[in-house]
Design a protein around this ligand. Structure first.
Ligand code: MCN
Ligand code: CUM
Length: 809
């Protein structure tokens, strides 16, 4: 072996040992998860712990005439029953929402949606608590209810929120009607209207992104334990953002923030469901403060699906204007947003409709105007993103369906129309008509790679043949080709436009290197299954030359982790991932000083080499990170403090804009309405890839949830406001049996402003997946002049489409 080969092999081995960025490192958390050794909120058992359960309203809209708790209190084992009357003197019968509204913790005079919390029974065990809820006698006087958001603002509509009836200016400006929450506008209305007035071709379509729910396997839960002697509260819970919860608890309870310990242990999936604050958290806290013993609250599945945080329910009138040859000139969108009974959307404060203004998508659209009206209805509140960074799924659904409708009107191929209108690689950073600065992208390259991979031309040829065969009556199957090219916006966010309750949306990392060279690092984020313990360690491994296996990642304990805004909106990598790299670089700078001292050379004479500093030109003279760590505690250079650790609070200069090209091939039986996904190809670009295996897992999960939403999942209400589908009997949760096989691919366009060039990926597959499925279904029926077919596309609804088109003979 010659000398150079030896050096190269040695370097390759040292790099491999680190298991740093780019490595398909196996998930370290899975060692405990796969053995059933995870530690979740419901695993917590404390001495003397009591259990709480809710009495819930059977009505969607009713006046509460009386509440009698005496029969429940008489049941042996029942310790207390809380009602609004108990919470009111404490000022806790309402709580603030993240959207600037207030939400009833326990209903006082009225209930506003079915299953709303009316009383909280605390008992010795959960069975007694549950039995006792049936012994609380509530007399209701039913009121007419509003289920259809289009009827919310009618002149004679019943007023839902009597508590804010006279408040005609809400958190986001004037309200047009007592059932109106906000109007939000962005873009140049006049210029957009002018373009539409003159355009050769325009399309207009009402696109409904129906109400659904994130439904993580573990429901929302908490355990509160108040120590009366110390005056300290410890709150364990399913929190995607534990620090924010601590601040909120302090603000609403009046307890000083340092006397509140919030702990998010292992979490069994979040998907946005665990961002908000819920009545159950408040009631467990109040119960524990009042009784002086720990109180646990655990939702069941029906409570989860029907009360905590729905998603979507956006009714989007979407218009495009274009030239005859397919150049898009303008976009106009009006959204009617159904927020349910309280505005409890989880968005950064200044964004009542999230980042819906990313709706111009991947296209260079010169002018646009977006108007969103939020309204109250008699449905559960929430409006969380559900695996979509703040309404981006809705935005991408709008543009990606609209572009297909336009393609059909123009008689143009839908892929060709997209390519014609893509923002070009040289236009980045790109300023969109609705105010965003896209950091980087190369859409043409991604689209070409995807089209080649699936052989798009051949698929269209096959489809043309199938259509002819269908017309001749030789087949009863329709073939659909779905396309979606999405641009995501993740990494909230810059302080200039993103805050939660006034706290800028930075995030943080604290890295501490121990004398023997092993590491503990803590972040302000909180994994719910994304594999943070694995991937943050990979960033540190590459930055500091310490094997990932020697690095422990800890999140979720507000006493030890630096303050952070939490995990949602795929912000962990863009924000806390950046903080991790910057903190590591601070440590590296100090390590360089220590190495220089050890090697008796000037700092500038050293260069970094994988896991060590070596003297330039003298590669045999070096100090490894491990040796430097020992020295940092044992013999630090004079004038340098001992130890080797750093903290970084990272305030991102911009969001990151991941993107992707998705294709779906579907065969639909017109007689049964059953749709079979033959192929699904997903190309994702999330910039620098930290762990390709984890990315693939994220894409599989996000696509599965996209498949669910597009093809069946729905939270529906009947006209009385009864929630339909609040159990897994009705709510479609795909298993491996229904789920298609996923083909994944990638390109790499780094983010220019992120320290390691990484963009988020957790939500991309969902954002791109939903319209891709819906486009495939719509494409299948397009040649039959079916018009836009609304989601969800379950067999029953597709069968109805066949009926409507007279296809069933
Ligand atoms: N990653 C990577 N390289 C990149 C980007 C990300 O290797 N360029 C890795 C990260 O290191 C991390 C994972 O992919 O391990 C997801 O990272 P990121 O995209 O930053 O998203 P977050 O960690 O902030 O996770 C949030 C996102 C959201 S908002 C929802 S909703 C969702 C999702 O993650 N919920 C999930 N994926 C989920 N996956 C599981 N298992 N459970 C959930 O509840
Ligand atoms: Cu977009 S749902 Mo996630 O933000 O927790």
């Amino acid at each position: 072996m010659n000398e150079q080969v030896k050096i190269d092999t040695d370097r390759a081995e040292r790099t491999e040992k680190l298991q740093g960025m780019g490595c398909k490192r196996k998930r370290v958390e899975d060692i405990r998860f796969t053995q059933g050794k995870g530690s979740y909120v419901d695993d917590l058992k404390l001495p003397g712990m009591l259990f709480g359960d809710f009495v819930r309203s059977p009505h969607a809209h009713a006046r509460i005439v009386s509440i009698d708790t005496s029969r429940a209190k008489a049941l042996p084992g029942v310790i207390a029953v809380l009602t609004a009357a108990d919470l009111k003197p404490l000022g806790l019968h309402y709580m603030p929402t993240l959207a600037g509204d207030v939400q009833a913790v326990l209903a006082e005079e009225k209930v506003l949606f079915q299953n709303q919390e009316v009383a909280f029974v605390i008992a010795e065990d959960r069975y007694i608590a549950s039995d006792a809820t049936e012994l609380v006698d509530v007399v209701y006087e039913a009121l007419p209810c509003i289920v259809d958001p289009f009827k919310s603002m009618l002149p004679d509509a019943p007023i839902l929120r009597e508590d804010i009836q006279d408040k005609m200016v809400g958190a986001h400006g004037p309200r047009k009607h007592p059932n109106h929450i906000f109007e939000w506008q962005i873009g140049d209305k006049q210029a957009t209207d002018d373009v539409f007035a003159k355009a050769d071709v325009t399309i207009k379509e009402m696109l409904v992104d129906h109400r659904t729910h994130p439904s993580p396997l573990e429901t929302c839960q908490s355990v509160a334990s108040f120590d009366k002697v110390k005056g300290e509260l410890t709150l364990w819970g399913t929190f995607q953002a534990p620090h924010v919860i601590r601040t909120v608890v302090s603000l609403i309870s009046g307890l000083p923030e340092h006397k509140i310990h919030v702990i998010a242990p292992d979490i069994g999936g979040g998907f946005g469901n665990k961002v908000g604050a819920y009545a159950g958290y408040v009631c467990s806290v109040v119960g524990s403060i009042v009784l002086g013993v720990p109180v646990k609250w655990v939702e069941d599945r029906m409570e989860n699906l029907s009360t905590t945080s729905f998603a979507r329910d956006y009714h989007m009138t979407t218009e495009l204007a274009a030239t005859k040859d397919g150049k898009i000139l303008g976009m106009r969108v009006h959204v009617l947003a159904d927020h349910g009974a309280f505005d409890a959307c989880a968005d950064p404060s200044k964004w009542p409709a999230g980042f819906m203004n990313i709706c111009t998508g991947s296209y260079d659209i010169p002018v646009a105007h977006l108007l969103v009206d939020g309204v109250y209805t008699n449905k559960a509140s929430g409006g969380v993103a559900y695996r979509c960074s703040f309404r981006v799924t809705e935005a991408v659904f709008a543009i990606e369906r609209a572009i297909e409708v336009l393609a059909q009107k123009l008689g143009m191929d839908a892929a060709e129309l997209r390519i014609k209108n893509f923002i070009k690689a040289e236009q980045f950073p790109y300023h969109s008509a609705l105010g965003w600065e896209y950091d980087s992208g190369d859409y043409h390259t991604a689209m070409k790679k995807a089209m080649d991979a699936i052989d798009y031309k051949a698929l269209r040829a096959e489809q043309a043949e199938k259509r002819e065969a269908f017309k001749r009556g030789e087949t009863r199957e329709l073939m659909g080709i779905g396309i979606s090219f999405f641009t995501e916006i993740v990494g909230a966010g810059p302080a200039k436009n993103c805050d939660i309750l006034g706290i800028a949306m930075f995030d943080s990392a604290e890295i501490r290197i121990h004398p023997t060279g092993s590491v503990i690092a803590r972040m302000g984020t909180k994994s719910q299954g994304q594999g943070h313990e694995t991937t943050y360690a990979q960033i540190i491994a590459t930055e500091l030359g310490i094997p990932a296996d020697d690095i422990m990642i800890e999140e979720g304990n507000t006493d030890t982790a630096p303050y952070g805004l939490g995990t949602y909106g795929s912000r962990s990598t863009p924000v806390a991932g950046a903080a991790t790299a910057v903190a590591a670089r601070k440590i590296k700078a100090k390590a360089q000083m220590i190495a220089a001292h050890m090697l008796e050379v000037h700092e500038g004479d050293l260069e970094w080499d994988i896991d060590r500093f070596r003297v330039k030109g003298l590669p045999e003279k070096f100090k490894t990170m491990k040796e430097i760590a020992w020295s940092a505690y044992n013999a630090p250079p004079p004038n340098l403090e001992p130890g080797l650790e750093a903290v970084n609070y990272y305030e991102p200069p911009n969001m990151t804009y991941p993107f992707g090209a998705y294709f779906c091939v579907m065969d639909i039986d017109v007689d049964t309405g059953v749709a079979k996904t033959r192929r699904f190809y997903a190309l994702d670009d999330c910039g620098t890839r930290i762990n390709p295996m984890i990315i693939e897992g994220q894409v599989h999960g996000g696509l599965t949830e996209a498949f669910a939403c597009a093809m069946g999942q729905e939270i529906r209400y009947d006209e009385m406001g009864n929630v339909m589908g609040a159990s897994f009997m009705d709510f479609f949760l795909p298993t491996a049996v229904e789920t298609p096989k996923w083909e994944t691919d990638f390109t790499v366009t780094p983010s220019p402003h992120h320290p390691i060039g990484a963009k988020g990926v957790g939500e991309s597959p969902h954002v791109g997946g939903v319209p891709c499925f819906s486009n495939a279904v719509n494409d299948a029926y397009a040649f039959l002049d079916a018009g836009h077919i609304q989601m969800p596309h379950d067999a029953w609804r597709l069968w109805q489409v066949g009926e409507r088109l007279g296809l069933h003979g």
